[in-house]
Design a protein around this ligand. Sequence first.
Ligand code: ADP
Ligand code: MG
Length: 383
Amino acid sequence: MKYPSLVSDVLNSNELFDVLAWASARINLLGEHIDYNHGFVLPASIQFKTISGIKFNNKNEFRFSSDHHPIVSIEQIQKQSGDKAWVNYLLGVMDKFSQHGIAIPFFDCTILSNIPIGAGLSSSAALSCSFALALQNFLGLNFSLEELAKIAQWSEHEYAGVKCGLMDQTASLRGKASHVLVMDCLSNEVEYVPIQFLKEKLVLLDSGVKHMLDNSAYNKRRQSCEEGLSIIKSQFTNVHSFREVSLEMIQVIQNEEIKRRCQYVIQEIERTQLAVSVIKSKNIKALGSLMNATHHGLSKLYEVSCKEIDFIVEELQKSSSVLGARMMGAGFGGCVLALVNTSEFDRILPNLVENYNKTFAINLKHYEVTIDDASGCILQPIV
Ligand code: ADP
Ligand code: MG
């Protein structure tokens, strides 16, 4: 079996673990802020991974370390704060396993990752998902990947305080090479749709900014949508979710801000469904146009973009070598996802990097995306 490069590095380093598991970063082609609004999302797992390595210890404490943080020792499963807060993503998973009546012996856990953190690529889901997969193999359990995704989501809700949908965890654990997941966020069912690029490629441009340091804006958008939907439901009794809501129906909402949020959601759900059909018919150009329209909605209606991200998207959209570009992730920074013509894009990139640097004094990083198998696990020792 061919392992992801980071996993091969760990195996070659001769560091011994009882269990090693990994999960992926993800992109989302379309359907931003739609998972918790019960539409459809189009994520895919990519080449960046987080690995969780677990081995028994006889120290009477759980010890966690990460390549980004010093070691944290924990005697009891309870929420942490300050420098130790990152282990909450893992403690939530342990708590959930304990709630199933599973006894967890003390262990050392090492986290390694090549996912850019806080860039909208879902390093948080890859962290909790890789750990959930490692822990289940360590303990000899057999939850399905779907169940593990839900456990990781619960951990992010209850221990990290982010009321995320299930998209990130699903892609992080269940994605497949060269496939987009079409996830129905009402039933959580997943369809795998092959996606092929011939002359095009997907590129992530990392703005290097993250304006919201807490999750208040994310949770506020979520609350506005819930409020909007409940107003619509009170007037239209056949409406159960945003899927049944039309643009005419949102006129019953008085608050203009809530109305704009709902307008974005309705239009994005429609775009996502269109995107599935254009991917199936291999109309990559049309997919690019839908990405551009999504960015417009995110920036002007849902208002989760920022000046740096808008700058990158606008510069990209000026070029004929770019089929589509949009902000990706929760917003207020992070990455732009661009669908570009492979041969021409490399010519425009240096100019974009220079202009971005001149305007914001930030070094614009970029990553070419490979859609890759999401997760895996190895029980050691391997002989
Ligand atoms: P994103 O998921 O888009 O990367 P989030 O803000 O949701 O951004 O998650 C980032 C948080 O997840 C970090 O602040 C940290 O607490 C945790 N995290 C992610 N990856 C790691 C890692 N490799 N080591 C330690 N903590 C991590
Ligand atoms: Mg996250």
